[in-house]
Design a protein around this ligand. Structure first.
Ligand code: FUB
Length: 339
């Protein structure tokens, strides 16, 4: 992407930068990119979209993915390697269906792949699989992570070496079923003027395969310090949590779902609260918007996806990347994916 205007301070607030870019790979459809730098190289852990022939519904049944492939690159904008199957649903003992947005972490010499998957009761859980290689193949654990639920795990390593998992997604992601702690199979949503369904966080145990503490709710606050409301569709949490640190601050970014944006909030510790700041990425072609933010060789990048390559099919997406820029005050300059 190229900057459209450098602007004065007033102009700068409305500056939008171009994110126009091409799919990283075209041999398969990929989505929900979680990017990480491991051993000085850039790896992307995406969903692998397929045509399952299932009609679209609000539950997301049409996202019926069966395996993962890792992408890697040495230079952003240069050659991308599409690796062999990293993990397949047929090798996961507790699998029901639907391998959704994954993430990965490295600790010591081991690579961990975290993934949302419905169990045999059709309830989303978070699974973990390990490998000696960043590109797999990964060996899954026999059971999902104890106490895990919902979708879209994002594992963040803090500067002190502690790892945290951020998780959750409403609607098809089932987060609304845990509003009062206990699982409630009925999809009851809060009223528009009630607090939003909160995303969750848990510190990871040393073994990286379990939570070190009960899952906690995260507060996202508006400019007055009030928790975002469930009816605030332009800003409230929907899915696709991601956390990164910039200049000592924690940036919690996520998708607003039915308003199709990636937005962010900032805070001063991994548990929040986070205060809503603004838009990172405007809507893309296709219903979902899902991203990650990573620093690589001195530049910041936004990985995201859209459905351009499939001619707009929401469940057939392609991962893309563009540069992300901050203003001097640490705010993120919003990106228009098609400027
Ligand atoms: O790819 C399946 C689901 O769609 C992801 O888990 C969500 O974040 C949305 O992108």
């Amino acid at each position: 992407g190229c900057q459209q205007s450098t602007g004065t301070s007033v102009e700068d607030k409305v500056t939008i930068i171009s994110g126009k870019s091409e799919p990283l790979v075209t041999d398969i459809y990929t989505a929900d990119p979680s990017a990480h730098v491991f051993d000085g190289k850039l790896y992307v852990y995406p969903s692998h979209d397929v045509e399952a022939g299932i009609p679209e519904n609000d539950n997301g049944d049409h996202f019926d993915m069966r395996d993962y492939h890792v992408l890697s690159m040495d230079i952003v904008g240069d050659a991308v390697t599409l690796h062999d199957v990293a993990l397949s649903v047929k090798d996961i003992p507790w699998a029901g269906r639907q391998l959704w947005a994954p993430d990965a972490a490295k600790k010591g010499d081991t690579y961990y792949l975290y993934f949302p998957l419905k169990d045999k009761e059709d309830v989303f859980r978070i699974g973990v699989a390990t490998s000696a290689s960043p590109t797999g193949p990964f060996t899954p654990e026999d059971k999902p992570i104890e106490g895990s639920f919902s979708i879209d795990p994002a594992v963040f390593e803090d500067d002190d070496g502690q790892y945290y998992m951020y998780v959750g997604g409403i609607w098809g992601g089932q987060l609304q079923r845990y509003q009062h702690g206990e699982y409630n199979p009925e999809d009851v949503f809060p009223g528009d003027n009630e607090p939003e369904v909160a995303p969750r966080v848990a510190k990871m145990s040393d073994d990286m395969k379990s939570f070190a503490e009960p899952v906690k709710s995260i507060e996202i606050l508006d400019e007055s310090g009030n928790v975002l409301l469930a009816g605030d569709n332009e800003r409230r949490f929907f899915e696709a949590a991601w956390v990164h640190k910039y200049d000592g601050k924690y940036y919690f970014s996520y998708s607003t779902g039915d308003t199709h944006k990636i937005v962010y909030a900032t805070g001063d510790n991994p548990y929040g609260p986070f205060t809503y700041q603004g838009v990172v990425l405007k809507p893309v072609v296709g219903w979902t918007n899902h991203h990650s933010i990573v620093e690589y060789e001195g530049k910041w990048y936004l990985f995201y996806h859209d459905s351009s390559l499939s001619g707009g099919k929401t469940h057939l997406r392609s991962v893309k990347v563009t540069e992300l820029k901050y203003r001097d005050d640490g705010s993120i300059i919003p990106i228009d994916p098609y400027l």
